[in-house]
Design a protein around this ligand. Structure first.
Ligand code: EPZ
Length: 447
């Protein structure tokens, strides 16, 4: 397993282009199962989760042809064989987001068998709302040998209905994607109440509309879908990744540096930029607001002087995203006072706390709340990446700590940040990827 070796204390400068969003790309890729016509997706990030989705689509009879030789990679997809209905455990266990093929296979092929995803490092992650939503559209759902088996009613199509998708922690992003995708081919009108409002849902709706779906209200808690008989092909560019953008903003802030970000989805990340400004970080768009695409801006992010402590509560969009909680916690380790972070989406998403503590932070967790008392310095240490965003938090802390940090299990980072070490090194960070053999040769301490 590869590790990152990071020397802290380097200033950053220069420019980074934000890549296409992983969490938009995954349900968009799954939605290609809804049509027999060719689909092209542009600005698809080159990540292990995306490659896993290609593998799954391949098994489900989709011809997948990635084009990776340009700066903005695309992929061409076309269903060539619709006989397989089964998303196997082997793939689903490596990537929970495989669940988003359920709605598309069910709606298009009449029945679907998708391995039930297990829990993961950020806690228990049920899919009851996905199933409740599809059942409301008439699907008959059973659990067989660890697989979700779903069938459309005898009429041969799902039937539009009003579906409530609220759960104990608000709505569900991939549940909304599943039900909205399935409803595009249902008979009649579906209304999703308490729909997720995330920008990734809006992007999926825009792609589906491009394929001929009739959808209104995406981005609000009520989405209306009027079913159509079939969908066509589309050429669609994926929105930039707001979580990657927020992570790079934290990188500028934690190293007291200035970075320019291009292709930055400022309009989709106001809760994050609001919190950064409260910390004392400046975010200045440098393009023309009147003519720029609000999801593809150019801005400079700069931090000079001390960081102010703040309070953060994670919430569904447009609230503060849980996927930036760990990165902001790393940043607040260096604030001038006590900050409070409350996690309201995934109550167990605090695995980074123990690792940050190994590096000298002062964090006290009480249930779903963590109190972070800022320290003047942290020191490099061997630490363990536990999940994607926790690992990103450790990379940030390491860039600001004194000395060397070795981050183990960086495959978690490769799931969601494309060539993170190259991109951070290109703006001045001292970060290197070493293989297991190189680590052994150098006699470095790994866990
Ligand atoms: C998406 O996961 C993202 N994944 C996650 O990003 C993100 O953290 C999460 O949304 C919240 O924003 C992808 O888009 C691929 P949810 P999703 O269903 O859709 C509960 C990352 O790091 N819930 O919106 O699976 C659930 O337990 C990843 O990139 C139910 O109770 O999350 C949670 O508390 C990690 N029943 C809350 O809802 C359900 O049926 C929100 O989860 C479904 C969810």
């Amino acid at each position: 397993m590869d590790v990152f070796v990071i020397e802290g204390g380097r200033k950053l400068s220069g420019s980074l282009r934000i890549k296409g969003s992983k969490n938009a790309a995954l349900p968009l890729l799954a939605a290609t199962l809804l049509t027999d016509e060719p689909v092209t997706l542009r600005d698809v990030p080159d990540l292990s989760d995306i490659r896993n989705m290609y593998r799954l689509l391949g098994e489900l009879g989709v011809e997948v042809v990635p084009e990776t030789d340009s700066e903005i990679p695309s992929v061409h997809l076309k269903v060539t064989d619709d006989s397989n209905h089964h998303a196997r455990y082997d793939i689903v266990k490596t990537m929970r987001a495989s669940i988003c093929v359920l709605g598309p296979i069910l709606a298009k092929r009449g029945h679907a068998r998708v391995s039930m995803p297990g829990g993961c490092a950020i806690g228990q992650r049920p899919v009851d709302l996905h199933l409740r939503g599809l059942e409301a559209l008439g699907a008959k759902i059973t659990l067989e040998g660890g697989d979700i088996v779903a069938k459309v009613p005898q009429s041969g199509r799902l039937i539009g209905a009003t579906v409530f998708l609220g759960g104990p922690f608000g709505s569900t992003v991939l549940g909304t994607a599943n039900v909205m995708s399935a409803a595009t081919l249902a008979q009649g009108t579906t209304i999703i109440e308490c729909a997720a409002c995330e920008p990734e849902i809006v992007d999926l709706a825009n792609m589906l509309i491009g394929m001929g779906a009739k959808i209104t209200g995406a981005g609000s808690p009520r989405i209306t879908i009027e079913g159509v008989e079939e969908l066509g092909g589309v050429d669609h560019t994926i929105i930039p990744d707001r979580i990657e953008a927020g992570t790079f903003m934290c990188a500028a802030a934690i190293t007291n540096s200035t970075l320019t970000l291009t292709n930055c989805p400022l309009d989709a990340m106001m809760s994050a930029t609001d919190r950064l400004e409260a910390i004392g970080v400046h975010i200045d768009p440098t393009d023309q607001a009147q003519t720029a695409d609000p999801l593809r801006r150019t801005c400079t992010v700069s931090a000079t002087g001390s960081l102010k402590p703040i309070q953060i509560t994670t919430q569904p969009h447009p609230g503060f995203p849980t996927d930036l909680q760990a990165q902001f916690m790393a940043l607040l380790c260096f604030a001038d006072g006590n900050s409070v972070i409350t996690e309201k989406i995934f109550p167990e998403r605090f695995l980074h706390v123990a690792e940050l503590t190994r590096m000298g932070s002062s964090i006290h967790r009480h249930g779903t709340t963590a109190v972070i008392s800022g320290v003047k310095t942290m020191t490099g240490a061997p630490v363990m990446a536990s999940d994607l965003r926790a690992s990103a938090g450790l990379v940030l802390a390491a860039m600001a700590a004194q000395g060397t940090t070795i981050i183990n299990r960086v495959y978690h980072i490769d799931r969601g940040y494309e060539r993170l070490e190259h991109r951070l090194a290109s703006v001045g960070a001292s970060i290197q990827r070493l293989s297991e053999e190189e680590v052994a040769e150098l006699g470095l301490m790994v866990e």
